[in-house]
Design a protein around this ligand. Structure first.
Ligand code: F6P
Length: 532
């Protein structure tokens, strides 16, 4: 297929789906009455992950056309291109090869095999450094082992490792604490550092570009803190500092010792970088073996994505449902509700993954799109969310598709707690679908029901299953991008704000082309602050 001629909304499947969407909608309760096998048909299992998508607003006709939509899109071709290292990130002329970071066998493609050897070398560095830190052999200037690691990074250089360190809390090193600082808000870095012993603290500056304003400012604050407390001139030249980057020259210029720079390649997108050296904090916290298991789980999901037929592919199923809701039923948001406190950051992580990848409205060829793309991703853990925003899910004026995610068993919990947790999740999914009618005088007790949801059950939250879960969502977002005909791998939308912030900070608010509202806000803040 020549992808330059692909226009999704001109395909027959798209037109059929548009017609279904205009007809009276699907009542999922009725669909269950018609088909007792529905939950078997609309479910898929891969290794230790099970997805039930039977509670969605689809019937077999809609599903057949959604599958046809995928099969008549450049998905297969793009998949081959991505895995074989073609430069599918066209606006940045780069390959997209995070899947290579978890590849466990030699590649048949020579070029990829060379890259793979480099990746294996980088993994060995992660292993070596993390094991020295974990075993107490990595020493501060006073000869003391490290007890606290502070990862300074933002976006993909923060969210992935932060989420993984929390998710893998079961395996946490008993004597080493991992902290994360992302925001340029000084209160965050200062309150983190102030509770630590500088002699036993390792700062990791994690930045793909090593140019990000927030990260460099926090990095400089941390270096100043080390300098003042350790009473040494160049703490950045000691083992109190590691840099992780795809731009080693900038890290060298920043003053980091070459031997303390862990590299990765620029074909790893920021939001896909937890599998790379950016994952060093995961290896320190949970151990290199767990980090490796995480990669194995992701690799198994890659295998599933590459080999499963369209109708049996878990990432494809999630993507098609998302496209159905966004582009056809005009549902603008999608909630992610993990019933696992250790996955508390999953909604934020998926927010970046989905919204930075597919929050776009021009095609790969630069043409405006006539259809809605990525929904707004939001959420928080259950059961907490039940006592906050579930009111709106049950009785509000929006229909919000939901992903419920839970582990079947949890070694960190008790059978009693886990039964309550899972009971709540299953009850919510069921209640949202079934609803409940009430008499006209008691309409405040009426639950319309028919709210769609997916349920993902993971056997247990092992490192391997966690890796598979993240790779599942990566591929979901990739499939969406292929069908929507979007370049999912750039993020030009964040540049304008960055540029304006830099101008504003250095200009003291006196920019000639600053809009009147912002100029007056700037002046108000300066006048009221008393900080400068
Ligand atoms: O501003 C967006 C972004 O470029 C993300 O894509 C990235 O994860 C984040 O900033 C941090 O970038 P870096 O790792 O280069 O500091």
């Amino acid at each position: 297929m020549d992808t330059s001629y692909y226009v999704p909304d001109k395909t027959e499947a798209w037109q059929n789906l548009k017609r279904y969407a205009q007809k009276q909608g699907v009542d999922v309760r009725h669909e269950f009455e018609l088909d007792s096998e529905r939950s078997r048909v609309f479910s898929v299992r891969t290794n230790e992950l099970f997805l039930d998508y039977s509670k969605n607003l689809i019937n077999s006709e809609i599903w057949t056309d959604l599958i046809a939509l995928a099969e008549n899109s450049p998905l297969q071709q793009m998949k081959n291109s991505m895995f074989s290292g073609k430069k599918i990130n066209t606006s940045e002329n780069r390959a997209v090869l995070h899947t290579l970071l978890r590849k466990n066998q030699a590649s048949e493609i020579d070029e990829l095999d060379k890259l793979l050897k480099k990746v294996k070398g980088q993994s060995q560095n992660i292993k070596k450094v993390s094991e020295r830190i974990r075993s107490g052999l990595w020493l501060g200037v006073d000869g003391k082992p490290i007890t606290d690691v502070v990862n300074i990074g933002i976006g993909g250089s923060d969210l992935g490792p932060r989420l993984a360190c929390n998710a893998l809390a079961e395996f946490r090193h008993p004597k080493i604490n991992t902290h994360f600082v992302g925001n340029v808000d000084g209160a965050e870095i200062l309150s983190t550092l102030n509770k630590l012993d500088p002699q036993r603290t390792l700062i990791i500056i994690a930045s793909k570009t090593f140019k990000t304003q927030e990260t460099l400012m926090n990095g400089n604050t941390a270096i100043k803190w080390l300098r003042q407390n350790l009473k040494i001139a160049d703490p950045q030249k000691t083992d109190h500092l590691i840099a992780v980057t795809a731009n080693p020259n900038n890290a060298l210029e920043f003053g980091v010792n070459e031997s303390n720079i862990l590299q990765f390649s620029d074909w790893v997108g920021g939001r896909y970088s937890l599998w790379s050296s950016i994952g060093i904090s995961i290896a320190i916290s949970a151990g290199y073996d767990r980090f490796h298991e995480m990669l194995v789980g992701a690799q198994e999901m890659d295998e599933h994505f590459l080999t499963a037929p369209t109708g049996k592919s878990m990432p494809v199923a999630l993507a098609l449902l998302s496209i159905w809701y966004s582009s056809f039923l005009n549902l603008e948001t999608h909630a992610v509700i993990p019933y696992c406190e250790r996955l508390q950051l999953l909604p934020s992580y998926l927010q970046q993954l989905a919204m930075e990848s597919n929050g776009k409205s021009v095609s790969r060829q630069g043409q405006p799109l006539d259809y809605a793309t990525s929904p707004v991703i939001w959420g928080q853990t259950g059961t907490n969310g039940q006592h906050a925003f579930f009111q709106l899910l049950h009785q509000g004026s929006h229909t919000i598709p939901i992903d419920f995610i839970a582990a079947c068993s949890d070694a960190m919990s008790t059978p009693k707690h886990h039964e309550a947790l899972i009971g709540n999740m299953l009850a919510q999914g069921s209640a949202l679908m079934l609803g409940q009618s009430a008499s006209p005088s008691k309409m405040h007790q009426h639950y319309p029901g028919n709210n769609p949801s997916n349920t993902i059950l993971i056997d247990k939250l092992s490192a391997k299953n966690f890796g598979a879960l993240i790779a599942l969502y990566e591929h979901k977002v990739f499939v969406e991008g292929c069908i929507w005909n979007i370049n999912s791998f750039d993020q030009w939308g964040v540049e304008l704000g960055k540029k304006m912030a830099n101008n504003l900070i250095s200009s003291e608010g006196s920019l000639p082309n600053l809009d009147a509202s912002t100029r007056s806000l700037f002046a108000h803040q300066r006048a009221r602050s008393g900080m400068y």
